[in-house]
Design a protein around this ligand. Structure first.
Ligand SMILES: [Cu+2]
Length: 353
């Protein structure tokens, strides 16, 4: 049924877990509106002929609908729209809430390419390689202007903004290659800002992981770009936190310092100095680094410097990933296995706080 609908209106294949739901609602809305507009046009045509004016002195009979009649039409129309809203809202909630165990890939958009950074620290350009049947969360940011990450076959689209992380997730249901488009006009070569998602079987994906394809992440560990080498993003996040001296003010083990601890921070509710309550998601964490004055945590002084323009997207991603890894508290008992995070006053090239 859905396949027939896809073929009828030339939709691309539906290759993600949400595609069938999106297409079913789409089909429902299109079919209902087509039927109603056909009925309205048909009635108009029929009335034009049947009740046309036959003489100059003919008067139209005055008609008035009964209350029951009007009430039932209002209920039917309003009910249909509300039903669409309920179905759409449920899909929306599913689409904006990545499953907790999803794998993360960091996406950096720039004029005019997509760059992907994997949890093991490697980078690829324009080609996103993922396994089939696993939820993948994309944490996305832009280096320059607003872009929009659009994979028609997955039925997902999300704006990508400079200085902020937005997220989108998907789970591919079939292997193959699916195009990525930029869906926000972003400059002269916008229409060529294309990439592809390569969905591999679990076995092929494991091979791909081992093959080590992809360059090393563009993360500065003090010896120039790329000097962090591989390693997973959490480990890179630790190095970045150390090098950028975040740990001069933040702890990873739950203790309060100049700033709040990162332990248990991710996903928790924060109370801000101005009384607002917000959830510490990727977007909030990034904003805290880029515009620390925008959301000051209650009970703390506003002393954190901004890192807008000084942290690269991959470094920011690694920091967010580090904070996320501490969502259930410190990974090791306080003070035991946390690798060297004392403040080193390493020459910082003048870029740190
Ligand atoms: Cu773009």
């Amino acid at each position: 049924m859905i396949e027939l609908f896809r073929r009828l209106i030339f939709l691309p294949v539906g290759a993600s877990t949400v595609a069938d739901g999106v297409d079913a609602l789409h089909a429902f809305v299109i079919t209902a509106t087509m039927l109603v507009s056909t009925y309205v046009f048909g009635a108009a045509a029929w009335f034009t002929v049947r009740y046309r004016r036959k003489s100059d002195r003919q008067l139209t009979r005055r008609l008035s609908a009964t209350v029951r009649h009007e009430a039932s039409i209002i209920t039917l129309v309003l009910g249909t729209f509300l039903l669409w809203w309920v179905l759409g809202f449920r899909q929306y909630v599913e689409m904006v809430q990545p499953p907790r165990d999803s794998d993360v890939v960091y996406v950096e958009a720039k004029q005019w390419m997509w760059k992907f950074t994997y949890p093991d620290g490697r980078d690829t350009n324009d080609v996103l390689t993922v396994p089939v049947g696993r939820p993948i969360r994309l944490a996305m940011t832009s280096r320059d202007v607003i872009h929009s990450f659009y994979v028609p076959s997955f039925r997902i689209k999300q704006d990508v903004l400079p200085g902020r992380y937005t997220a989108v997730w998907f789970e591919a249901t079939q292997t193959g290659t699916f195009p990525i488009w930029c869906a926000e006009y972003c400059g002269v070569s916008h229409s060529r800002m294309r990439g592809e998602v390569v969905v591999l079987s679990q076995a092929d994906y494991a091979l791909w992981l081992r093959s080590g394809k992809g360059q090393t992440a563009e993360i500065d560990c003090g010896r120039g770009p790329g000097s962090c080498g591989g390693g997973d993003l959490v480990a890179i996040g630790r190095q970045v936190a150390l090098r950028r001296a975040c740990v001069a003010c933040h702890t990873l083990d739950g203790q309060r310092h100049v700033g709040p601890t990162w332990s248990g921070l991710y996903g928790s509710q924060r109370t801000l100095a101005d009384g607002r309550k917000v959830v510490a998601d990727d977007a909030y964490l990034t904003r805290s680094m880029m515009e620390p004055a925008a959301d000051v945590v209650a009970g703390y002084a506003q002393v954190m410097p901004t890192y807008q323009g000084s942290l690269t997207a991959a470094e920011t991603g690694a920091l967010v990933e580090l904070i996320r890894s501490l969502r259930d508290g410190p990974v090791a008992p306080a003070g035991v296995a946390l690798p060297a995070l004392e403040i080193t006053t390493a020459a910082d090239g003048g870029r740190g706080p």
